[in-house]
Design a protein around this ligand. Structure first.
Ligand code: NAD
Length: 248
């Protein structure tokens, strides 16, 4: 952790690449890793675009019962806040996240590339009208699946489902920032979901240092300059405050 702390101090173009593990300590379950499951609903269904078109009510039941209550209560943790603080200190080039929970923005990060979209925003597939969480909650009270209040069309979350491609502009910027980074920190990602998991390799190609923070091993550990099998909150509280306490 001390070595990583020194690298953070010396770097000016850090890319923070974050996955579900960063939000786990905000109470949002991960897909993989210990305790990583959404018990009742199958991610192969609620996170799959073909299934969404086949039966949107499966996604919306999952959203109403599981995701909405979790999101409503989730608050940024010390890792999100520390990353935002590092950005204000001018050390961070961008936060590239696989997370869809919006907690980096809530913590104060500004230069964020949300590779997989944001599950707090929604749009009508027909007329493209946009809806925020509170409006969706109202519409869900009226019908399930919710219907667009303008045209009656199907509403979807602004996330990238499995089976869809990433926004090409966001992916291009993520690749550029990774290539230009001097330190690439992959935190709380299983590093198996592509193309996101290729970003650390792009950074390494251009001689960035690669640090991986994950309580479990990842397939890219052998390529990393530092691997910390420690919770992200503990690492960031140490790096930012210098105190090695377990923060939640
Ligand atoms: P993942 O669920 O595949 O992996 C999470 C990783 O974090 C695991 O390797 C786990 O061991 C590790 N981890 C768990 N708690 C940790 C902690 N406190 N400190 C350090 N590491 C910890 O997540 P992924 O790699 O981000 O990919 C999953 C996909 O699921 C992404 O596409 C993402 O969009 C989506 N997802 C998002 C959220 C969210 O927005 N919070 C939650 C679940 C899944």
């Amino acid at each position: 952790m001390e070595k990583l702390g020194k690298w953070v101090e010396q770097s000016k173009n850090i890319v923070l690449f974050t996955g579900a593990g960063v939000s786990a300590e905000s109470g949002i379950p991960t897909y993989r890793g210990r305790d990583g499951y959404w018990e009742k609903y199958d991610p192969d269904k609620y996170a799959n675009i073909d299934y969404f078109f086949k039966d949107p009510s499966y996604y919306w039941n999952f959203f109403k019962e599981v995701r909405y209550p979790v999101l409503e209560n989730a608050k940024p943790n010390i890792a999100h806040k520390s990353i935002a603080k590092l950005e204000k200190m001018g050390r961070i080039k961008s936060v590239i996240t696989q997370n869809i929970d919006g907690l980096h923005r809530e913590a104060g990060s500004e230069n964020i590339l949300e590779l997989h979209g944001n599950t707090r925003m929604f749009s009508c597939i027909g007329c493209k009208a946009e809806f925020a969480m509170a409006e969706i909650n109202d519409l869900l009270g009226q019908s399930l699946p919710p219907r667009c209040s303008h045209c009656g069309g199907t509403i979807r979350p602004q996330v990238v489902f499995f089976g869809e491609t990433l926004d090409p502009d966001i992916l291009k910027r993520a690749r550029q920032d990774s290539f230009q980074s001097d330190l690439f920190i992959a935190a709380g990602s299983s590093l198996v979901v592509q193309p996101a998991a290729s970003l650390p390799l792009i950074a390494k190609q251009n001689s960035a240092k690669l640090a991986i923070i994950n309580i479990d091993p990842t397939p890219l550990d052998s390529m990393a300059d530092i691997v910390l099998n420690i919770s992200v909150s503990r690492v960031f509280s140490k790096i930012i405050t210098g105190s090695d306490h377990l923060a939640h």
